[in-house]
Design a protein around this ligand. Structure first.
Ligand SMILES: Nc1ncnc2c1ncn2[C@@H]1O[C@H](COP(=O)(O)OP(=O)(O)OP(=O)(O)O)[C@@H](O)[C@H]1O
Length: 324
């Protein structure tokens, strides 16, 4: 299977300034040595708790965030710098859907004036053709062509998210980075938008990098999954690897929080989570190096990688077998 995106040792550090001279006093290592690749046509899930660096990584991939070091390859070509991205029309092929469409859509502009920008930038269509194209795209996302004359506030949250998706797909992109695309929506609307995203993926052969802290949503959407924590990757695997054979305690901890939406068993799950968290504390030496960084990734199977040394993986597998 061909790779649409490859990340090699990507780092994004934010400088923090302070003191009398407003000098850089330290760096927030939001993305710290991340490597993985996304296959053409797949949905790749990026999971982690708030602040783990998911959005920074997504923004770095689409070119909205300056990269400190490392490389991004698009279909095998280096697109790490602005110049390289321009030459490959990368900004045309790779789009982003944002978490909160309400704030990413300019409230003072009509829908047509929000979503026509990529067409103006990347095509030679005239005004009439652009309107026709926008009308068609709005129909594809389940709205009416005449909705292009409305303003964002005249739509519901779910509809605004669809408009943001329309903006992203209008250039027929090859890859969409979807940053928490449904977390601001009600559960019932979430399902609609997710299913819709799957539908357009098939229709236009789009690959997704799907960013979320919600493992329920990730399970519904993703083929392969990377687990991120404090700027590092801790585990990478197929959906089956991650949900049925999670090895890192952090992954298991995240998984144990999924059923929280099940109100009936909330207390039971809270107890379970506390137990797993205690285990995480107890086992801290087991999962991290002396300097506090996770171990380099070890291959457990052709699809499954975990940030632990080989002997510890074996020990852990034994321990998990014992618990089962
Ligand atoms: N512009 C910035 N300047 C300095 N630090 C930043 C900046 N943007 C993000 N950070 C820090 O980088 C880290 C990663 O942030 P990021 O938004 O990428 O995490 P996230 O996993 O997407 O979180 P969330 O799920 O809450 O959006 C956080 O510690 C955050 O405080």
């Amino acid at each position: 299977m061909s790779k649409i995106i490859q990340l090699k040792h990507l780092k994004v550090f934010y400088p923090i300034r302070g003191g009398f001279w407003n000098r850089v006093v330290k760096y927030v290592k939001a993305v710290n040595d991340i490597s993985f690749s996304i296959n053409t046509g797949e949905t790749y899930g990026l999971v982690g708790e708030s602040g783990s660096g998911k959005s920074t990584l997504g923004r770095a991939i689409v070119g909205l965030q300056k990269i400190t070091s490392g490389k991004v390859y698009y279909k095998g070509h280096d697109v790490t710098t602005k110049h390289e991205r321009k030459a490959l029309k990368y900004n045309h092929d790779v789009q982003m859907i944002f978490q909160d469409a309400a704030s990413s859509l300019n409230p003072q502009k009509r829908i047509k004036d929000i979503i026509d920008q990529p067409l103006i930038n990347f095509t030679n269509l005239n005004k009439e053709q652009i309107h026709q194209h926008i009308g068609n795209i709005l129909k594809i996302v389940g709205l009416h062509a005449s909705d292009m004359y409305k303003y964002p506030f005249q739509f519901s949250g779910g509809q605004r998210q669809r408009i943001d998706i329309a903006r992203a797909i209008i250039t027929h992109p090859k890859l969409i980075v979807a940053d928490e695309p449904v977390s601001a929506l009600d559960l019932s609307v979430q399902a609609q938008v997710l299913n819709f995203m799957k539908k357009i993926q098939k229709r236009f052969n789009i690959s997704y990098l799907f960013i979320s802290h919600d493992l329920g949503v990730i399970r519904h959407m993703c083929d392969n999954i990377a687990i991120m924590n404090h700027g590092h990757l801790l585990e990478i695997g197929t959906r089956d690897d991650i949900y049925n054979r999670p090895l890192h305690i952090y992954t298991r901890r995240l998984l144990s929080a999924i059923p929280e939406i099940d109100v009936l068993h909330r207390e039971e799950h809270r107890q379970h989570r506390l137990k797993v968290e205690k285990e995480f504390q107890d086992d801290k030496d087991f999962y991290y190096q002396k300097n506090g960084d996770p171990f380099p990734m070890t291959k457990v199977s052709p699809t499954h990688w975990v940030a632990l040394p080989k002997d510890r993986v074996a020990k852990l597998e034994q321990k998990l077998k014992g618990e089962a």
